[in-house]
Design a protein around this ligand. Structure first.
Ligand SMILES: Cc1cc2nc3c(=O)[nH]c(=O)nc-3n(C[C@H](O)[C@H](O)[C@H](O)COP(=O)(O)OP(=O)(O)OC[C@H]3O[C@@H](n4cnc5c(N)ncnc54)[C@H](O)[C@@H]3O)c2cc1C
Length: 407
């Protein structure tokens, strides 16, 4: 279930079986000079079918799109028969489209077995950049400008101060000349340019494309940084910051051995609600930790991972020291739930790319009208009338009523 079935180098599509893992899919395409451009942090462990079932989002979506932009045709096998289009097209106007049923189906309706993706020649160049900002407000102004500049680099991410400092702490020690350069850089940033280490934030950028495209985007980045008090912090910080998010994903298991339980959660917020959402989550965490008698100081940091015309994805990383706390996994789950409530109250979405599954399904009925929920449930009866795929995710969870709010 992980084979490349077809590669069309003229129309730039590739058809794969859906069990292929991300890293393998990219390896196979790269040997032929292509990429799908879809690069989630879970690249090494997640599959094409999983991406489609969860509405995944890759880090370089500004250039290549999210999974819904990348997939041109898909086959999902259901008890009622396969759901697919006769063939994929760049775009069609054919009424309600079968692919819409499959994307985000979260395993409730059937098994995604194959998909046709848009592909691109491997980029001529890849360049990393980073910019420091005095405050998160300045950093947000920078990413707002970049989101609307007309030529957004493949990946632009903004890390809050705590995540920036965490990244610095994880850096290996420099030796010799590198050590001297690093000390000089620190002196320049903190003493000469007066960046406050306890407030500054960093944006990391990945640029891909032709040399001309990249230099155009570099000019736009520099102009936006100048207008927002940013300071160019170089390629190696950009690369390291981009890779840090992979490291954070893997460090979780190690921290669990030290009684630190961690979780990540994300949301989409309109531009004017970003600070309300991050502020609400920080404030609610303090209350929740007191209520659950969590010892020590919780770790909570955020980064903006995806930019859109109307808003952003905010990705939170949470770490709690739970030594001596009864049933730590339940406490972590209760706190995460409380933080999701805070996000929704502050104007964030139920999820940006992790999906709903079981953990967030209690909130799904608040996100759509009753008629929308009924229409989606009717799909289940049509595709899987005897509930063979009784996974119970999202609206199909056991005990869900058909009485959602009318937002
Ligand atoms: C360390 C880490 C980093 C992550 N980073 C990202 C990221 O950057 N971007 C992002 O979007 N997500 C990310 N995720 C979340 C996750 O990897 C994605 O949602 C991914 O798309 C899930 O794919 P999977 O193959 O792992 O599916 P699974 O986790 O195995 O399954 C997820 C859901 O999809 C259903 N499903 C899986 N395969 C199929 C299929 N063939 N047919 C029908 N239903 C199916 C399952 O039933 C389940 O409900 C991350 C997760 C981890 C652990």
């Amino acid at each position: 279930m992980d084979r490349l079935l077809d590669l069309d180098v003229t129309n730039l599509t590739a058809t794969f079986e859906a069990g292929v893992r991300g890293s393998e899919l990219e390896r196979v395409l790269a040997t032929r000079g292509f990429t799908s451009g879809h690069e989630p942090d879970s690249m090494e462990i997640s599959t094409l079918g999983g991406w489609i079932a969860t509405n995944a989002s890759g880090m370089k979506k500004n250039r290549y799109g999210n999974i819904e932009d990348i997939v041109e045709n898909v086959t999902m096998v259901t008890p009622a028969g396969p759901i697919r289009c006769a063939r994929g097209f760049a775009r069609t106007s054919m009424g309600i489209q079968p692919m819409g049923i499959v994307l985000g189906s979260e395993g409730n309706l059937g098994i995604v077995t194959r998909a046709t993706l848009r592909i691109h020649p491997l980029p001529e160049k890849q360049v990393f950049e980073s910019y420091l900002f005095h405050t998160s407000r300045d950093g947000l102004d920078f990413v707002y400008r970049i989101a609307h500049c007309g030529s957004v680099p493949a990946s632009v991410r903004l890390m809050d101060n705590l995540q920036f400092r965490f990244g610095q702490a994880l850096r290996g020690r420099h030796l010799g000349l590198k050590r001297i350069v690093s000390r000089l850089q620190r002196y320049l940033v903190t003493r000469v340019l007066a960046f406050d280490p306890s407030r500054m934030v960093v944006a990391t950028v990945v640029l891909e494309g032709t040399a001309a495209e990249i230099s155009h985007q570099q000019r736009l980045l520099k102009a936006a940084a100048r207008a927002t008090g940013g300071f160019g912090a170089g390629a190696s910080n950009g690369r390291q910051g981009y890779m840090l998010t992979y490291a954070i994903a893997y460090i979780r298991d190690f921290l669990a051995t030290l009684h630190i339980l961690g979780e990540t959660f994300e949301t989409t917020a309109p531009w004017d609600r970003v600070e309300a959402v991050t502020g609400a989550v920080s404030a609610r965490l303090v209350e929740l930790c007191q209520a659950h008698r969590v010892p020590g100081k919780p770790f909570l940091s955020w980064r903006i991972t995806q930019l859109y015309h109307t808003g952003v994805c905010i990705y939170f990383t949470l770490g709690l020291y739970l030594k001596g706390v009864d049933n730590p996994a339940r406490v972590l789950a209760a706190i995460e739930r409380g933080l999701r409530v805070a996000i929704l109250e502050a104007g964030g979405s139920i999820s940006h790319h992790h999906g709903v599954g079981k953990i967030r399904r209690e909130f799904i009925s608040t996100q759509m009208s009753p008629a929308a929920a009924r229409a989606i449930r009717a799909l289940k009866s049509a595709c899987d009338p005897t509930n063979v795929f009784g996974i119970g995710n999202n609206l199909f969870g056991a005990g869900e009523t058909d009485a959602p709010h009318d937002p």
